[in-house]
Design a protein around this ligand. Sequence first.
Ligand code: C2E
Ligand code: MG
Ligand code: MG
Ligand code: MG
Length: 279
Amino acid sequence: NAKNDGRRTFRFYEPAMDAAIKARRDLEDDLRRAAARDEFVIHYQPWTDIATNRIEGFEALVRWNHPERGLIRPADFIPLAEETGLIASIGEWVLHHACAEAALWPNDVSLAVNLSSVQFRNSKLVDTTREALERSGFPGHRLEVEITETVVLEDNKLIHETLSELRSMGVRIAVDDFGTGYSSLKYLRCFPFSKVKVDRSFVKELPHDLDCITIVRGIVEVANGLGMITTAEGVETAEQLYMLRSNGCGQAQGFLFGRPMPAAEVAELLAGDRIVAVA
Ligand code: C2E
Ligand code: MG
Ligand code: MG
Ligand code: MG
């Protein structure tokens, strides 16, 4: 009868849901132990001065080397890390580790580290950053932190203070993925930003999409006008590069110049003249 059918349907879904919940819980347990087991690695992706194609710095991008699943991309564990609060300790590990590795680079090469909005909800971030700089000997003026609009959206006193303290240590602040989400031009005035990173979704459509050309040109003009540097994300072709350059964008990053790479490859690259040949 109908009642039994209903129950059967319910039972049909139950094991599947159990499995999904269990998989998530297993991943969470693994993630909790990952730091202690030394399973995180950082890959570094260069960005260049757009006028010279010379490498100016590298962005630290974390990966999780899972014992069974292999290398897991941040998109597949950062959200879980944020929900569970584990991002605080992962973020701390990234800061310490990236500063320690970057301390071996030539003294005109910068390091960028991504920060989650969750890391701004407690006041430890400034202390963590100061510790990472002190312990590694990496100077604050060569460190850049990348934040997204979700941080900026929470327009409160703690975030203002945190960003100002980082600035006073010489650390530069970049707005990541600009133009997506809830970005508002208002925030560019409210916070002490040094750089705006134009989101890859616009760069991807260059050089042909007229709307994206207009958007990129607009972001660059506003940011430059406010005294900030602009970096184009996700530059994959020489045509995109030419278009960005002719529109006043200051820096470029993307597969055209290099994919995220292990620290050993960075060292090799830095041994040369740092000018990337683009076809
Ligand atoms: P993001 O900071 O915007 O980093 C750029 C992402 O775009 C990286 O993906 C990079 O590999 C990819 N990318 C760079 N150039 C190109 C290109 O030319 N073409 C294409 N198709 N992709 C390109 P990844 O490494 O998977 O990182 C994804 C996101 O995860 C990052 O976006 C960042 O928001 C987050 N993330 C990475 N590391 C950390 C971290 O240590 N802490 C936090 N909180 N977030 C991180
Ligand atoms: Mg970034
Ligand atoms: Mg980005
Ligand atoms: Mg992005």
